[in-house]
Write a new protein. Structure first.
Length: 157
């Protein structure tokens, strides 16, 4: 095996290991990992809907309350409390409206929502809408929070 091939293989293994550290399950390297607030009714409802629509299983979902998850993803607990995060298969991290757009793109065959956010003014509108929902999420309808049903998967802080 040549030097270039060996380097490429090592880099591929490193990327796969990094993605697996974020999510854990096999195949994580090819999936977007969505880190959400497992104590939030609305957040849990959104993740439940995304999971139901993700028939190709291109996403993994994890509450940021899972012990060690924020640190493994290179995030702080405070960052995760403020917004949803998407860890892309290539290791990039997106938060807020950009994370939601990336997750929605996984449901389609094209990066439609990410492209839409590049239109003048759209990213600002998406960010403003996301910020409003994030601030008011405790007053919006949802379902029983993930951490209420899975206490062993969520650390108490």
């Amino acid at each position: 095996m040549g030097e270039r091939e060996a380097g490429t293989t090592v880099r591929s293994r490193e990327r796969a290991a990094k993605a697996a550290r974020h999510a854990g399950p096999p195949g994580a390297a090819a999936r977007l990992v969505l880190i959400f607030d497992g104590t939030c009714d609305l957040c849990t409802a959104c993740v439940t809907a995304l999971y139901a629509l993700d028939w190709r299983r291109r996403m993994l979902f994890a509450p940021f309350q899972r012990p060690g998850l924020p640190e493994a993803a290179g995030l702080t607990y405070a960052q995760c409390e403020r917004s949803v995060w998407a860890i892309l298969p290539d290791g990039r991290r997106l938060s807020g409206a950009a994370a939601v757009s990336a997750a929605l793109d996984q449901l389609t065959m094209l990066p439609f929502f990410t492209w839409l956010a590049r239109l003048p003014g759209v990213a600002r509108l998406e960010a403003a809408a996301y910020d409003w929902v994030a601030r008011n999420r405790s007053h919006l309808p949802g379902v029983r929070p993930y951490c209420a049903d899975h206490p062993d998967d969520c650390a108490n802080r």
